[in-house]
Design a binder for this molecule. Structure first.
Ligand code: SF4
Length: 254
């Protein structure tokens, strides 16, 4: 039988989701935003995201990978205090952690949040740290998708750095999409590789330390390999497997 206390108790996670869902009905629709921002610059998209959901409800998600500094630079020019969520999976290269700290200092980022996986999930599902090999989708779920879902709870919208030129599932990327409970802004959807390189050059952004040794896209150590001549930049990720995405962009984040 349910006690009065239980009847009145509130699950904080569910309450946050309900509040987000209720509040989201007040946000502009993704389709209308996408239409109005179809030809907008990356800075205009980030500014529009701030206006759409308000200063306290917007976050940017970054891997601090080989192209990440360009989006972080554009964001920092708009507002360096927008929270940046960084999923520290426990399998990242030491160079990526160093690069995170380099960019925080270089760009004056004020609120970078490094999010680890849940200790309980690691103990229960990956005690021997071999899940990346036996079941990479589950490994990405406990190390990326679930931590991101927790980190995004306070937010009504998030920004990320995917581009259409990356191909695959990203070839039809809209500028703004509905991510279930949130709006999702893709300010670089229209950008070309040359646009990204131009931002690095004009702002004198430091490259990811592993670029010099042949890495063109960098994720977790066991699932990242050097690119070969003529390959897509992301071909070195999950090499030899059918997997091309970790899941944070292919699942609705609750
Ligand atoms: S990229 Fe590899 S190591 Fe990283 S979370 Fe996914 S499967 Fe695990």
């Amino acid at each position: 039988m349910t006690s009065p206390l239980e009847e009145n108790s509130v699950d904080p996670g569910r309450a946050a989701q309900s509040a987000a869902a209720a509040a989201n009905s007040a946000w502009p629709a993704a389709a209308a935003l996408n239409e109005s921002l179809r030809d907008a610059s990356p800075a205009e998209v980030i500014s529009a995201a701030l206006r759409a959901v308000g200063r306290d409800r917007l976050a940017l998600v970054s891997s601090f990978g080989t192209e990440s500094a360009a989006l972080l630079k554009v964001m920092a020019d708009v507002d360096p205090a927008i929270p940046v969520i960084f999923l520290d999976t426990g399998w990242l290269f030491e160079e990526t952690l160093t690069y995170r700290d380099t960019l925080i200092a270089a760009l004056g980022l004020k609120d970078v949040r490094s999010i680890p996986p849940s200790e309980d999930a690691l103990k229960q599902e990956d005690p021997d740290r071999e899940l990346w090999f036996s079941d990479p989708d589950s490994c990405c779920r406990i190390r990326k998708v679930e931590p991101l879902a927790r980190a995004l709870q306070p937010f009504a919208a998030w920004i990320n750095g995917r581009k259409r030129f990356q191909g695959g599932l990203r070839a039809d990327l809209p500028m703004v999409e509905d991510d279930g409970a949130r709006l999702k802004f893709n300010p670089f959807a229209n950008a070309s590789r040359e646009d990204i390189e131009a931002i690095y050059a004009s702002a004198k952004l430091p490259p990811h330390p592993l670029v010099a040794s042949g890495f063109r896209s960098v994720g977790c150590m066991p699932c990242t390999s050097r690119g070969q001549a003529g390959e897509d930049a992301r071909a070195g990720r999950w090499r030899g497997r059918a997997k091309t995405e970790c899941g944070i962009h292919t699942m609705k984040i609750p």
